[in-house]
Design a protein around this ligand. Structure first.
Ligand code: BG6
Length: 593
């Protein structure tokens, strides 16, 4: 069971794996470097009797991926086993202190201080020992502790995600819901500093002072099948093809298609605040940051509000001006990305109202925000984000239209027109998926290329960044997204016959400018793969490959234009034989700084 559940969590880290099963007076364990598939047979052959155990799949932070650094980690007696998600920032000091008192360390990890601390604090009551030990930890952690003696697992949480699954005569603990979905849909999301004692029969939760507390049992809305590949070769390809449905579910949850009215089910932030908001700051990481970039253009153009889009990892250390009139919008698929959560904390400290756009109910971001707009993309397992991105774009554009009307910057009739177009986006994306065979051909042509340039302007500058990121993430080809107008100020020096440029030249305010930028590249012998709308012969004649995508309103075009770029990256990676769902060095949700 632990192995199967770890497989369903592997998108969160897959460089080494380990399991420990607590039996009568002994801990049986096995661990090694590599993803589960590579060590599975050895673990299955290992003798591990017992029905109480812990497992871990790793994304290395401290100490390279190898057998010694894999989890679980142990105390000196090997009677206490610990698995951990997060970073112990003061592990150096704790390790020195423990070594001075005779503890012997085996690994380079920060995690190993935890079992040794528990061992040091153990005076016959494991719960007490865990509570006093975690009080010494600085940083972030979700930990599970098993011992040779007991049939209970003790868990503790600070910042990193942890859910408890309530079964019948059995109970489960996991970093994320997909791991336990086959067994139960009844889950408890622990709060920060909670400690819980879990056995097959019971779950007891304590707050940081050791008082017994109760936490709400939530029911998961997802079906297990949604978190499986089905007939697709990779989760990423499945999720690319799920975008029309994900967009329809998200848009239908926000717009009443009969009345063309916007309604945000969980928008607790009063319209009065939105009406009086004087600035907007968006924070996010990775692909979600590119959704924030599109939103910046939309808010600036449609609401006239000063709007910034900041990478969360930068925002948290040099935040722009934020006050109680600022609407902070945090975008995150998982709702567990540490940098985004920290940016939200920083903004709240400065009085901002926080609105989250997130895909996971009950996530830390959902619980840390004043308000939430859920995207309805369903579980996204592929490490390279696809359907979460396009649903984030739909959600943030609907929010822009709501704010524009609230601020009197847009007539109801104009808003309705754009909302009708947004309701039509799932069909447009369905059509855009028809370019798949052409992307396979182009992928075959350019799979051995070492550098790719992606250029775009205005709303589609973010499309260029996101297209380049997709290729980097899964094919490991160096790719750069760049403002087309900026090319002549430097990067055009890179242009040469074997370096292709992907140009987003769909109709809109900047198409003419894009044509001149394409000319500049063609004049220097660079091959150009262009995105254009049907019937655009000018682009067709000018470029080496033209991928036709349905024409939609410009503010909505990033949702459609990214589809061919997702497919192109996917097929180049597949043709290079890479593990698309588990690209090297990445993880689906980075819960550490
Ligand atoms: C990275 C993922 O770890 O985090 C990306 O590999 C993602 O796909 C980024 O875009 C941000 O994650 P989230 O969950 O905050 O949107």
């Amino acid at each position: 069971m632990i192995l199967d559940s770890l497989k369903r969590l592997e998108y969160r880290g897959y460089d080494s794996v380990g399991i420990a099963v607590a039996g009568d007076g002994e801990i049986f364990w096995e661990k090694d470097k590599g993803n589960i598939a590579s060590v599975e047979s050895r673990i299955r052959q290992a003798n591990m009797p017992g029905n109480c155990g812990i497992g871990h799949t790793r994304w290395a932070t401290h100490g390279k991926p190898n057998r010694v650094n894999a989890h679980p980690h142990f105390d000196c007696t090997k009677n206490i086993a610990v698995v951990h998600n997060g970073i112990i920032e003061n592990f150096h000091d704790l390790k020195e202190e423990l070594i001075e008192t005779g503890h012997r360390f085996a690994s380079e990890t920060d995690t190993e201080v935890i079992p040794h601390l528990i061992e040091k604090n153990y005076e016959g009551d494991l719960l007490k020992a865990v509570i006093s030990s975690v009080k010494r930890l600085q940083g972030s952690y979700a930990i599970a502790v098993a011992t040779a003696e007991s049939k209970e697992i003790i868990v503790a949480k600070l910042r990193s995600p942890l859910v408890i699954g309530i079964g019948k005569g059995e109970n489960f603990i996991a970093s994320d819901v997909p791991a336990i979905l086959p067994y139960t849909k009844e889950v408890i999301y622990l709060d920060d500093q909670d400690v819980a004692v879990v056995s097959a029969q019971s779950v007891r939760i304590y707050d940081s002072s050791g008082n017994l507390v109760t936490r709400r049992v939530a029911t998961v809305q997802w079906e297990q099948e949604e978190a499986e590949k089905g007939e697709y070769r990779h989760f990423m390809l499945k999720e690319i093809h799920e975008q029309p449905e994900a967009l329809k579910n998200t848009i239908d949850s926000i717009i009443d298609s009969r009345t063309c009215q916007i309604r945000f089910p969980h928008l607790e932030i009063p319209d009065k605040f939105l009406h009086e908001a004087q600035s907007i700051t968006l924070v996010a990481c990775g692909t979600a940051y590119h959704a924030a970039l599109v939103a910046k253009y939309a808010f600036t153009n449609l609401t006239n509000l000063p709007t910034l889009a900041e990478p969360a990892s930068e925002f948290r250390y040099s935040p722009p001006y934020i006050d109680s009139h600022t609407l902070l919008i945090a975008i995150s698929q998982s709702g567990e990305t540490a940098d985004t959560l920290a940016a939200v904390q920083e903004a709240k400290k400065r009085g901002a109202k926080v609105l989250a756009i997130c895909n996971v109910t009950g996530s830390s971001l959902a619980r840390a925000s004043d308000s939430i707009i859920y995207t309805r993309a369903g579980p996204e397992i592929g490490v390279a984000s696809t359907k979460a991105y396009t649903t984030q774009l739909a959600a943030v554009i609907a929010l822009t239209l709501h704010l524009a009307e609230l601020k009197g910057k847009m007539e109801k009739s104009a808003q309705e027109e754009i909302l009708r177009d947004l309701l039509g986006i799932p069909d447009a994306v369905e059509k855009a998926l028809n370019v798949e065979p052409q992307t396979v051909e182009i992928a075959e042509k350019f799979k051995d290329t070492t550098t790719f340039l992606y250029i775009g302007r205005h709303y589609n500058l973010a499309t260029a960044f996101e297209g380049a990121l997709k290729l980097k993430e899964i094919s490991y080809i160096h790719a750069e997204g760049y403002g087309a107008g900026e090319m002549k100020h430097g990067p055009i020096a890179l242009v040469q016959p074997n370096y292709p440029t992907v140009a987003i030249a769909t109709r809109g305010a900047v198409r003419e400018k894009m044509l001149s930028n394409i000319q500049e590249i063609k004049a220097r012998g660079g091959p150009v793969i262009a995105l254009a709308n049907p019937g655009d012969t000018e682009v067709k004649e000018l470029t080496d490959y033209t991928i036709e995508v349905p024409e939609v309103r410009e503010v909505l075009s990033p949702i459609v234009n990214i589809i061919p770029l997702q497919l192109l990256a996917y097929y180049i990676a597949v043709k290079k034989g890479y593990n698309v769902d588990q690209p090297r060095n990445l993880a689906k949700s980075v819960t550490v700084e």
